[in-house]
Design a protein around this ligand. Structure first.
Ligand SMILES: CC(C)(COP(=O)(O)OP(=O)(O)OC[C@H]1O[C@@H](n2cnc3c(N)ncnc32)[C@H](O)[C@@H]1OP(=O)(O)O)[C@@H](O)C(=O)NCCC(=O)NCCS
Length: 201
């Protein structure tokens, strides 16, 4: 199998949706959790590809997308832009769930209707990212390569620091981020934030 990393192109969007879903339950397949297979991506992947395509890289295996890294250099500006350009159409199409609905799908719909926000602990880490590889691509050093490329782009843009969020059940990803030099910024109910200062790396 030949792996390669290349810039995102719009034809990759269905693959982004699929990879996001297949890795969306603490790193495992989230397909059983969501009736709409694109819902997770509408919040965690697709808006980055649409609004920050230059920071989105795709990993391919024999020319087929099997992973990605994406994010933004400026979370505050990205969140504001998503509020103007991404969420309105989604909110029109996807209704708010009923108050008593405790399903993962309802929780995600509430996030879409609430929009993005920055945790106060993360204000000093203006960039953030998401990285997901299908199982066939995991464990070959490719996540490290994708991260190196993403961090190099941030450094070139003189971004001082980057953060990410990870579910507390996702022990594999937590080990990965710690191995790559991210430090724990905060632990919150259900998730942790990790960060990296870029000037000193
Ligand atoms: C987490 C993920 C991005 C890591 O990418 P990867 O290509 O599998 O990791 P790499 O092979 O590049 O590993 C880089 C280093 O991290 C370590 N590492 C990676 N996964 C690990 C794991 N599950 N447990 C322990 N260490 C791990 C490796 O040992 C390696 O260390 P080394 O280079 O010193 O030998 C990838 O496994 C993935 O996409 N998982 C599913 C989706 C997911 O959980 N995404 C994160 C959501 S927050």
């Amino acid at each position: 199998m030949v792996f390669a990393i290349r810039p995102y192109c719009p034809a990759d969007l269905p693959a982004l949706h699929r990879i996001c879903l297949l890795t969306g339950d603490a790193g495992a397949d989230a397909t059983p959790l969501y009736r709409d297979p694109e819902l997770l991506s509408h919040y965690y992947a697709a808006p980055y590809a649409a609004l920050e395509p230059g920071l989105c890289s795709v990993l391919t295996a024999d020319d087929q997308p099997c992973g990605y890294i994406l994010g933004t250099a400026d979370t505050a500006a990205f969140n504001a832009r998503a509020e103007r350009e991404w969420f309105p159409a989604l909110r029109t199409r996807l209704p708010r769930p009923a108050d008593g609905d405790t399903s993962p799908e309802a929780a995600l719909l509430r996030l879409i209707h609430t929009g993005y926000s920055i945790h106060p602990d993360l204000v000093a880490y203006p960039a953030h990212l998401h990285i997901d590889l299908l199982p066939l691509a995991q464990g070959h050093g490719l996540g490290r390569r994708l991260m190196k490329r993403f961090l190099a782009a941030l450094r070139a843009a003189r971004v001082p620091a980057v953060h990410l969020g990870v579910g507390e059940r996702n022990t594999g990803a937590i080990a990965f981020y710690e191995r790559l030099g991210f430090h724990l910024v905060g632990a919150y109910p259900g998730w942790r934030a990790y960060g990296m200062k870029l000037e000193k790396s």
